[in-house]
Design a protein around this ligand. Structure first.
Ligand code: MRU
Length: 351
């Protein structure tokens, strides 16, 4: 049965009040059918929400974890000289929730640094708020830099969900599409459904539909054939971790899309803020790939789709060589190959 498109959606992640306030997370596992806002009472509940994808998308989990740290440290009530140790131990619990998106560890590291400079709860909350505000600003800059890459009158394809539900702002790859549309560029979108958890059909199609952008959902396996038949003029995806040479992890299925685009000379754009770059990794070989519960593959909407006793593999991400990307759209501008030098300059410019 068709699902209603609830609009407008509540904020993906919101801290309400001062350091004694509370955290709200839109439960994305319930979309598009129901709007359920969670109020996690502890860092453990935030970690669980991240692990079960109630809050998801690389930048959004970083923001949620930063607020989760406030909840966790508040609960521990550490004495001033034990404050930083408490922050570190709660941060370790949150960081373990999901391994692939570097934004999670990046946000927690920033909070640890802030706590070392000023070990108080208000300072910790201030840092979490700063991370959220910077992510919103980064989204705006990604959108501005990427919009000119959207082909007028064309069809663009996207994978997983990279929109308002995945960040504190308008998104990464989807923010580019929202911005282009607002500027009057007209195009259609094909949204990979993104098995096994259907972020494409449940979330991306919802966001694009609500914005009035024509969108059609397709099964993941249909993408390469449509690319080969000339029915896709560009692909826009996000990333969860980008190594120094441009290799990047994103939702499983991204690598296959990049190969199809390379084979058929279709532009393949990766859109990500600087918080998604991991300067400690020379290439994609060191990116940890999350393996999730096989039950996610063996069931669909709670119904078994394989015989009892059949097992499954469920890698949540894959790594695409940077050499297959046409451009890396960052909040500092559009990087072109060779990415190694361009990424080095990007981080040199930040200092
Ligand atoms: O498992 P998810 O839904 O968190 O995966 C999200 C993605 O793969 C996105 O493409 C990615 O986080 C980058 S864009 C926000």
């Amino acid at each position: 049965m068709p699902q209603p498109a609830p609009s407008p959606l509540p904020r993906t992640v919101a801290w309400i009040g001062d350091e004694q306030g509370h955290l709200e997370l839109l439960d994305q596992t319930r979309l598009p059918g129901a709007i359920v806002v969670l109020q996690p009472a502890s860092a453990i509940e935030v970690a669980e929400a991240i692990a079960r994808l109630a809050v998801r998308g690389a930048p959004a989990i970083g923001v949620a974890a930063a607020y989760g740290l406030v909840l966790g440290v508040r609960q521990l009530r550490p004495l001033p000289d034990a404050f930083v140790a408490a922050v570190r131990s709660v941060a370790a619990r949150l960081a373990a929730a999901r391994p692939t998106a570097v934004n999670l560890q990046w946000a927690l590291d920033r909070c640890i640094t802030a706590a070392r400079a000023l070990p108080t709860l208000p300072a910790l909350l201030q840092e979490a708020r700063a991370i959220e505000a910077e992510d919103r600003a980064a989204s705006e800059r990604l959108a501005a830099h990427g919009a000119p890459l959207v082909p007028e009158g064309g069809t663009v394809l996207t994978h997983c969900n990279t929109g308002r539900l995945a960040t504190a702002g308008d998104g990464t790859a989807l923010a580019v599409l929202f911005s282009a549309w607002q500027q009057g560029i007209r195009f259609r979108v094909l949204a990979d459904e993104t098995r096994p958890l259907l972020q494409g059909s449940r979330l991306t199609a919802l966001e694009l539909h609500a914005a009035g952008i024509p969108v059609e959902v397709l099964v993941d396996g249909a993408a390469a054939g449509l690319i080969a038949r000339g029915q896709v003029q560009a692909v826009f995806v996000g990333a969860d971790r980008i190594a120094r040479n441009g290799d990047f992890a994103n939702k499983v299925g991204t690598y296959g899309l990049a190969l199809a685009c390379a084979a058929h000379r279709v532009p393949f754009h990766v859109v990500a803020p600087r918080s998604t770059f991991d300067p400690t990794l020379a290439n994609g070989a060191g990116i940890p790939i999350e393996e999730r519960d096989p039950a996610e593959v063996l069931t669909l909407a709670g119904q078994p789709v394989a015989a009892i006793g059949v097992s499954a593999r469920n890698p949540a991400f894959d790594v695409t060589p940077g050499s297959l990307a046409t451009s890396l759209v960052t909040d500092m501008g559009v990087l072109r190959p060779p990415f190694e030098a361009a990424i080095k300059n990007l981080f040199a410019a930040r200092r």
